[in-house]
Design a protein around this ligand. Structure first.
Ligand SMILES: OC[C@@H]1[C@@H](O)[C@H](O)[C@@H](O)c2[nH]c(CCc3ccccc3)c[n+]21
Length: 439
């Protein structure tokens, strides 16, 4: 029996999500200054095919058309991020033209009965702050607080749903340990310091939010992967617990319990790493929800030859173009785990897949994405029916866009973008969503 919109709560938010650097383009327009992703993507060898976000989906100029597409599909929510270097100059003066873009975007969304959910930081740190140490400099929390306060003052009268950070695990581990993302460092000690300062910045923003937007709600979005032992053994089971603490617990526990998870902390200490723990009271300021970005599971095995005592193992399930296993059961498991452990309302702030999308006679037949979304919607509904306080679901993503180190090679959109013409084409999954959201 196909799942129906009417089975979800009447006030449930069905939306779609994007981020500034991945769709806006116009990187040198109206005074926008460079971010770490402008510099990283222009560094040869960092991005597949040496692509960058200079133009992307040209959303800066086409936002009206894109909102009309959301309206046509029938979404009642839209999660997007603010480009920090577009709204604040390095001399700390506000960039009015940049702010006006977001004012117009918010007003257009509201005119079309689409609720804006704003992410303050989706990885595009102003480059001049990186030159001052970036996420390694404790002062970054104060810079972030000033930026957050500006956005709360400018948009807080109309925007009541706010997310401080998108996936601090990615910002710290991909940016400072694996070197795959900006700023491209490969240092585990820096990673732990960056993670702590990201959490501090989150706390400083929550603190000022309570003073400026008294009728709004604020949370943080984390990537949440279902961590499973590749083979059943006590050692592998322990490895899974450890990895769950490193990937998931490290960015949830401090916010709710005011402390880092013990096993992971013990491992890092055994490796001789410093674990800064200042401001845990600010980090654990009460928040109103957790945003959950769910895509897949991670299979791990105990590995005594690794300093982190584990290794990732390739799974056997059907995979998306990113090589991620399709595992909707993990969505249910993680919603239940996060809800039980932390007791906060949840929004699925990202879920979706990269597919082998081909434009043929103006049609993109992404049946695989229809099936993916249907299966994950079913698990979201099951969670709601089991009493989990899930309030919304944002499909990643509205448009095909700049997929970070993979450039434009991976298409996550429900709307196909022909980058040569910037023409948008609704994929079959968008047409399916339009039908689903009607019922
Ligand atoms: O890769 C698709 C999207 C990105 O385009 C978004 O900007 C970003 O928020 C985002 N995060 C993830 C999850 C990445 C991840 C998967 C598995 C394990 C750890 C991290 C997937 N995505």
């Amino acid at each position: 029996m196909a799942i129906k919109r009417s089975e979800f709560p009447e006030n449930f938010i069905f939306g779609t999500a994007t981020s500034a650097y991945q769709i806006e383009g116009a990187v040198n327009e109206d005074g926008r200054e460079p971010s770490i992703w402008d510099v990283f993507s222009h560094t040869p060898g960092k991005i597949q095919n040496n692509e960058n976000g200079d133009v992307a989906c040209d959303h800066y100029h086409r936002y009206n058309e894109d909102v009309q597409i959301m309206k046509e599909i029938g979404f009642n929510g839209y999660r997007f991020s603010i480009s920090w270097p577009r709204v604040l100059f390095s001399n700390q003066k506000k960039n009015q033209k940049g702010l006006d873009f977001y004012n117009k975007l918010v007003d257009t969304l509201l005119e079309n009965n689409i609720t804006p959910f704003i992410t303050l930081y989706h990885w595009d740190l102003p480059y001049y702050l990186y030159e001052k140490g970036g996420w390694l400099n404790p002062d970054i929390a104060l810079y972030f607080q000033d930026y957050a306060a500006l956005m709360f003052e400018i948009l807080g009268d109309r925007v009541k749903h706010w997310i401080t950070l998108n996936e601090p695990w990615c910002s710290s581990y991909l940016g400072y340990f694996m070197g795959k993302h900006a700023p491209g460092h490969t240092n585990i000690q820096e990673t732990i310091i960056a993670a702590h300062n990201l959490l501090r910045a989150h706390g400083y923003a929550v603190k000022i939010f309570r003073e400026i937007v008294k009728d709004g709600i604020i949370g943080i979005t984390n990537v949440v992967s279902k961590i499973e032992p590749a083979k059943e053994s006590e050692e592998n089971f322990q490895a899974a617990i450890l990895v769950d603490e490193i990937v998931n617990g490290w960015f949830h526990d401090p916010i709710i319990f005011g402390k880092f998870p013990e096993n992971a902390k013990g491992l890092f200490k055994q490796l001789g790493l410093e674990i800064p723990e200042t401001d845990m009271d600010i980090i654990s300021q009460p928040i109103d929800f957790f945003g959950v970005n769910y895509y897949t599971r991670q299979l791990v095995e105990y590995d005594p030859t690794s300093p982190y005592l584990y290794k990732n193992v390739e799974g056997i399930l059907p995979k998306t173009e990113m090589g991620w296993e399709i595992y909707p059961e993990g969505l249910y498991d993680m919603l239940r785990k996060i809800h039980r452990r932390y007791g906060l309302p949840l929004y699925i702030t990202e879920n979706g897949m990269a597919g082998p999308d081909k434009l043929q006679n103006d049609i993109i037949n992404d049946d695989y994405r229809v099936k993916y979304l249907e299966k994950h919607f079913e698990k979201a509904l099951e969670a709601i029916e089991d009493g989990i306080d899930l309030r919304g679901y944002f499909v990643w993503s509205l448009l095909d866009n700049f997929e970070w180190e993979k450039g434009y090679s991976k298409r996550f959109g429900i709307v196909y973008v022909d980058y040569k013409t910037q023409k948008r084409y609704l994929k079959k999954s968008a047409v399916w969503l339009k039908e689903f959201l009607r019922k």
